[in-house]
Design a protein around this ligand. Structure first.
Ligand SMILES: [Zn+2]
Length: 185
């Protein structure tokens, strides 16, 4: 059977690209973070574009968020750094399926991974990191992350500027996603 191309209609034009969609999920996940200063999300996606897991930075499971040290300064044992679980590590550890599924996957994150998360990404078998910001570029941890990725066959790329859209997501019925920085029709 042959369908008449002239009668098929046209697909919608302003749909989200895969990168926009998965980075959007990552950003939305960051909205769950209770960290008053830094909210980071992560979204792990299989080679065939299925979402495997998401995560955001926060307290370990069962740790009372109200008793968590959210400080950035002070005694090391009273700052968040020694306690907080990063978005990437949470996304990896939240996955309840087979670890085999993570092999060859990619991870979307707001912020370029720290060296601790870089090791977890490598050990999980994730092969690509897509990020929005690399604001710690040049710091020791950042250099180590890149050296680890380069040495272990994990590629990384900043999300293309043309896909760094500003979207307005409404949770009200019958309101579509708005593209605030570009007319797409
Ligand atoms: Zn990290």
């Amino acid at each position: 059977m042959e369908l008449d191309k002239n009668l098929l209609g046209k697909k919608r034009e302003n749909y989200l690209s895969w990168d926009e969609f998965f980075m959007g999920i990552s950003k939305l996940s960051a909205g769950r973070s209770k960290d008053p200063n830094t909210q980071v999300g992560a979204c792990i996606v299989s080679e065939d574009n299925r979402i495997l897991s998401i995560g955001y930075n926060g307290a370990p499971n069962n740790f009372d968020d109200d008793k968590f040290p959210w400080n950035r300064e002070g005694k090391p044992t009273e700052t968040k750094y020694m306690y907080v679980c990063h978005a990437e590590a949470n996304a990896i550890n939240n996955y309840l399926g087979s670890r085999k599924d993570l092999r060859g996957a990619r991870i979307y994150v707001d912020l370029f991974p720290c060296n601790e998360c870089a090791k977890q990404i490598i050990q999980a078998g994730i092969k690509e990191v897509i990020y929005l910001s690399d604001k710690y570029n040049g710091t020791d941890g950042n250099l180590v992350s890149k050296y680890l990725f380069d040495s272990c066959g994990v590629s990384y790329r900043e999300m293309e500027k043309e896909h760094q859209k500003v979207l307005k997501l409404s949770l009200k019925p019958d309101e579509e996603i708005e593209y605030l920085d570009e007319k797409r029709d």
